[in-house]
Write a protein that binds this ligand. Structure first.
Ligand SMILES: NC(=O)c1ccc[n+]([C@@H]2O[C@H](COP(=O)([O-])OP(=O)(O)OC[C@H]3O[C@@H](n4cnc5c(N)ncnc54)[C@H](O)[C@@H]3O)[C@@H](O)[C@H]2O)c1
Length: 384
């Protein structure tokens, strides 16, 4: 049978910047003539949907592309119901052609779902970060995975700067005092510091990491970065950040650590008990990258013991975070739901990016090269 699936295991042969899956079944990168069935999975906005016409990233607006798709004769189904065997998404898996999902309310596209999705050709991430998809299974099945690269990097970098300041200044206990009718300066001041002069290290200095370093520059910190790739001399000069080739040499120098890598098999659980134990006591950590880069319980224990002085971020595993997720209840945290990359400005950018990719797909045109996460059986290098 011509459409026999390729073996699930992917040979880790680096070919150019991508990894090659053995004999991928190539599903055409453009739409076949006729109606395309597109499913979008987004968070529900309920009463907030009508409060802003540009609130595009929710179920109610579906990225603002519903009328356009229908006018072209395509079927567009939008839902937030993504978990379990009887969910709405599961009903459409066998015959959908395109799945759009966001990291904020991720539809987990497992190897099992890919196996069931006989018509699936294209997986689009409205935002950045496609770790909710089993990329190896997608590559082996010949699927195309693409995200709107760059769409919300400013949004995330600004949020990281905010969380750094919230933690350094011990802002949240003061805010809670105000709400609770209290007034106790000492309870906040004994562990509130200036950002100036502190050593800040980013793990990952890609698009978001660089924007954060640029934003930190005027605060007169000592800036360090670790990445697989060294930045250009111009960017190093502009930010004043020093390259640290060895992650474990950089981390103990840092007063503040910010995580800016994708979630990959190399970064999953990167901050485990042993690594956290080697950090400066009272270190502050900001993680807007992905929750699973941390060992969940190790973070809870270190926040409780004071080894971590404060942990802030907007990413969890799984998402939505269950009511009993221990990060909700640990001390000295500045956590929110996954919001940093879904500002209204970011939504306008990633909605436009998704529409552009669909237009190109219908016309049989390629996407911008750096949008591809999986193409022709190969996985993009930042996910290796
Ligand atoms: N919270 C949010 O709303 C939100 C929004 C956008 C992106 N993100 C997350 O941030 C991540 C980074 O986004 P970006 O646009 O900066 O991506 P990017 O691809 O521009 O940068 C990622 C950087 O990480 C580096 N890297 C990858 N693996 C590494 C490893 N094992 N060790 C050291 N460095 C490694 C890469 O070399 C690259 O420079 C995304 O993958 C996503 O998970 C979160």
């Amino acid at each position: 049978m011509a459409m026999k699936r390729a073996a699930a295991s992917v040979i880790r042969n680096v070919c150019g910047s991508r990894v090659v899956a053995p004999s991928p079944i190539s599903r055409p990168l453009h739409a076949s003539p006729g109606s395309t069935k597109i499913v979008g999975v987004f968070y529900k906005a309920n009463e907030y949907a009508s409060l802003n016409p540009n609130f595009l990233g929710c179920v109610e607006r579906g990225l603002g592309i519903g009328e356009w798709l229908q006018s072209q004769g395509h079927q567009y189904i939008v839902t937030d119901d993504k978990e379990g065997p009887n969910c709405e998404l599961e009903k459409h898996i066998p015959d959908l052609h395109v799945l759009i999902t966001t990291p904020f309310h991720p539809a987990y596209v497992t190897a099992e779902r890919i196996k069931k999705a006989k018509n699936l050709k294209l997986l689009l991430t409205a935002g950045i970060g496609s770790d909710h998809i089993d990329l190896q299974a997608a590559a082996a099945a010949g699927l195309t995975v693409a995200e709107v690269t760059g769409s919300n990097v400013v949004s995330v970098a600004e949020d990281e700067l905010m969380r750094i300041l919230i933690l350094v200044r011990n802002f949240l206990p003061g805010y809670h005092q105000v709400i609770n009718g209290d007034w106790n300066v000492a309870a906040i001041a004994y562990r509130a510091y200036d950002l100036e002069g502190k050593t800040v290290g980013t793990v990952g200095a890609g698009r978001i990491g660089k924007l954060l370093l640029q934003r930190l520059k005027p605060f007169n910190c000592n800036l360090l970065y670790h990445d697989r790739l060294k930045m250009s001399p111009e960017m190093e000069a502009q930010t004043g950040a020093k390259f640290e080739e060895d992650l474990d040499a950089m981390l103990p120098k840092c007063d503040i650590i910010v995580i800016n890598t994708p979630l990959t098999e190399k970064t999953r659980g990167m901050f485990n008990k042993e690594r956290i134990a080697k950090l400066k006591k009272g270190v502050l950590i900001v993680n807007n990258a992905r929750g699973a880069i941390m060992d969940t319980q190790a973070v809870v224990d270190a926040c409780s013991s004071g080894q971590i002085g404060g942990y802030g971020g907007d990413v969890w595993y799984p998402q939505p975070a269950p009511k009993d997720h221990p990060w909700r209840y640990m001390p000295n945290q500045a956590m929110t739901p996954h919001i940093s990359g879904t500002t209204i400005d970011a939504q306008l950018r990633y909605a436009a990016g998704v529409k552009d990719m669909l237009e190109r797909y219908f016309k049989g045109q390629d996407f911008p090269e750096d949008y591809y996460i999986v193409k022709d059986g190969k996985i993009a290098s930042q996910y290796l």
